[in-house]
Design a protein around this ligand. Sequence first.
Ligand code: BGC
Length: 676
Amino acid sequence: MNKSLSAEQRAHRLLRAMTLHDKIALVHGVRRKAYPFKGYAGYVPPNPRLRIPALRLADGRTGVGNGAKDVTLLPAPLAAAASWDTALMNAYGRVLGREEWEKGTNVFLGPTIDIARVPEWGRAFETYGEDPYLNAQMAVAEIRGVQSQGPIANANMYLTMNQETERFRANSVVDKRTLQEIYLPPFRAAIERGDVGTIMCAYVQTNGAYSCQNPRLLQGFLRSELAFQGWVLSDWGATHSTLAAARAGLDQEMPGGRYYGAPLEKAVEDGQVSMVVLNQHVLRILVTMFRHGLFDRRQQGNWQTNALSRSHDLFARKVAAQGTVLLKNKDNILPLSLGGSIAVVGADGGATPVVEGGGSSYVVPPYVVSPLEGIRRRAGKATHFRYTDGSNLAQAARIAGAVQTVIVFADAPESEGADRPNLDLPGDQDQLISAVAAANPNTVVVLNTGGAVLMPWLRQVRAVVEAWYPGQEDGNAIAGVLFGDVDPSGKLPLTFPPTEAEVPTATPQQWPGVNGRSIFSEKLEVGYRWYDARHIRPLFPFGYGLSYTSFRLSHLRIIPNQLRSSSEWASDPRSVVARLDVTNTGHRAGAEVVQAYVAQPAANGEPPRQLAAFAKVWLNPGETRLVKLNLNCRAFSYYDAATNHWISPPGQYRILIGTSSRDLPLESEILVEPRR
Ligand code: BGC
């Protein structure tokens, strides 16, 4: 076929050559037992007559999934998001995309770009956290990275997928403004700026209609509003009908053809689904395949290819270290110095570290460096070393009392398919930490969790480090942070609440829902927006994280400092620029994440302040750098559900700048003037 034609022209030509049967074969996958090989989560066989390549869809939010061997297990997406470093997230996408492509995957089932609305959500580790802006930035970075390596990416799960409990039938009841301001922005960004090729509709229902047959979500938002040109595929088993789904805009059923195989073929023959509608589904798939080079690029690898490389191992370590968040460091107990004596305590520090989450994003690790191994190697012979798994509290306390420093490792496993029952560390880990800290005040706690946990022992310990699910390089990465080879520069991508009762989704009506309905009654007050609005002091706020050095922000300038009100902000490409100086005032090199939040006039009815821009800056001791933050006009507007427009009423909008959502020392205002 002539390659100078556009993707659309090539797809239309091909469509004309397709029989009804050819078309039907493209809009659904085949069951695993019909695969000619092992591996992949989904498969659409090739069409040799028309030279349509096969589609091989694989999981892999933290590495190639579905049981693949010889692939890198990266830290969880939440850990990567905690770096607040979009360049790192882009590289994360490149590594994933590269390994998937080498394994023969041409549709990569990630990233998960839903908002971590419910702190107990069993898939929180797969997300980028609780804020739409941070999520959007990370989504764009990762998707571009993945797609640069060959595979088409998949923004999932669309939409309001925020819990595992009753996930196959839960109905999210959520108002239009909240959808627009909180849940849609990552998808908007994935489409408009990430150029994502596919979107996965979710298991749950939104406002009474299943995602994969929801005209409001599929035709309304995706096609009319966001002009999405790619194809929508269903989550595995999330298709519930033939006619409703086909008419609402589901393009492809996965993994089999229960509704989109013979039943759809018959529905087209009977005229219940028009050929025009079927052609639209087929064209979206073909156009996307052409646009992303699937017809033209040779793919050599297959499921057996060894995708491992030393550089990917090192990258896994880098991400784990960059995403680690230092939450407490009393008397600068960290970084540790060599020599003396150390005890590592906890099963998570030894034989069974929790390095990843479970479910479809599970990756078979090529190896795992345990914290014990990593720390022992880094501490070297000069350090006297003890270890206990902590199963015997009295023994653990005895060992703790006999060394200079204790490092307790604790974890909270998470998996697709179930929410965490609460925010406690499971088992007797809280008691273990308390017992150890009572025996030795020089206690450092390292957490491996996929989201927030409560810390009843916080006052008793000197330091707390949140290392998330760190992947295969666990021990090496944490040793690097604890001994100061790496300055911790991660920031929380979600709030750590003070108690279970004070989270935004504390009522059973909100989570896990009553009679199958999960009411999003907190509306815009998701994550830190809730704590700010309710004047609740979080255990650790969104955006928070310490460093081994210190920073000063100064000389804030905002340009322009006035704007004119407009009814069409959504399409306004302008932005407001905040410039400031950041200085490393300490004695070590380190990185700071500068964050800008916008506080709208009270009458707009928005949460007290919302993240609008951020930048990560690396500085040597004494060094000062000018940082530029671009705040999109959208940050000075809200979604008016009455007119279905983003509007920006006249008034004073405050811009607050600092290093966490609760530490915003610099402030300026911007005046939005009435329309002329
Ligand atoms: C998950 C998806 C995943 C699919 C294929 C589903 O259960 O929700 O995220 O991509 O399985 O493995």
